[in-house]
Design a protein around this ligand. Structure first.
Ligand code: PMT
Length: 216
């Protein structure tokens, strides 16, 4: 299969040195990419600003902001069988961005924000028979929120992770996730390495592809 995977955070710059972002290290998305090439799939990885090396045989496209990531996904999606959105995309960006470093006295105490587009929702009209997988990073009730996102974003699978645990979610090498689909009961996986979770996601994609071959 041809897989488009996103990973890492986005940065929403206020000026060339200051930005809004989040704690995503890229480890989870890079692990999915690694697992997919191990199985012989063709992987394009759209990465936000992270310090990880590119897995062998992965074609990597680096981006900075949510708008950059949206542009890259829009450009690359037509060539793919599946989109796996593991990136932690910033939902907001500063309303104005300065090309030069703002002086201390010029930085507003309150920064005006505007919403970023939702990449998954924006790509929904181009989905056709492609498989869309999302992640849900939750601090409250992970399953209820993930269920809501599964439906509202038109996904085939959402991987819910509770990002409040020290051994799961952002930055660490392990994760604790539950798979939710529109048609099956939730499947909770045991705590394991992000690479093994990547392999479980690839298993799911392969099974889904066998059940409904994608001719795109
Ligand atoms: O990178 P690591 O340090 O390894 O951490 C991994 C992770 C915690 C970042 C990862 O496992 C994870 O949960 N990624 C998704 C984080 C997230 O943004 O979740 P969300 O619930 O805010 O978004 C739901 C889905 O919509 C995600 O698939 C997201 O990529 C997508 N989204 C979100 C916002 C937006 N503007 N456009 C989107 O497409």
């Amino acid at each position: 299969m041809k897989l488009l995977i996103t990973a890492g955070p986005t940065r929403e710059h206020l000026d060339p040195v200051r930005f809004l972002s989040n704690r995503s290290s890229g480890k989870m998305g890079f692990a999915v990419a690694q697992a997919a090439v191990e199985r012989g799939h063709t992987v394009t990885l759209v990465a936000g600003p992270v310090t990880l090396p590119t897995p062998e045989q992965v074609f990597r496209v680096d981006v900075v902001s949510a708008l950059d990531m949206l542009a890259a996904v829009r450009r690359l999606l037509p060539y793919q069988h599946a989109l796996v959105m593991c990136a932690a995309v910033a939902d907001w960006r500063p309303k104005s961005q300065s090309d030069t470093k703002l002086k201390k006295t010029e930085v507003p105490i309150e920064v005006a924000l505007e919403p970023n587009p939702d990449i998954l929702k924006t790509m929904l009209p181009l989905k056709e028979d492609r498989i869309f997988v999302g992640f849900a990073a939750e601090t409250g009730d992970p399953l209820a929120e993930a269920q809501r996102k599964l439906t509202s974003k038109g996904l085939d699978l959402i991987v819910a992770n509770d990002v409040t645990r020290p051994d799961a979610g952002f930055e660490v090498d392990t994760n604790l996730v539950t798979f939710l689909t529109p048609s099956e009961p939730p499947r909770a996986l045991p705590l394991q390495s992000k690479l093994d979770i990547g392999r479980a996601i690839v298993d799911w994609l392969e099974q889904r592809e066998r059940a409904a071959p994608n001719i795109t």
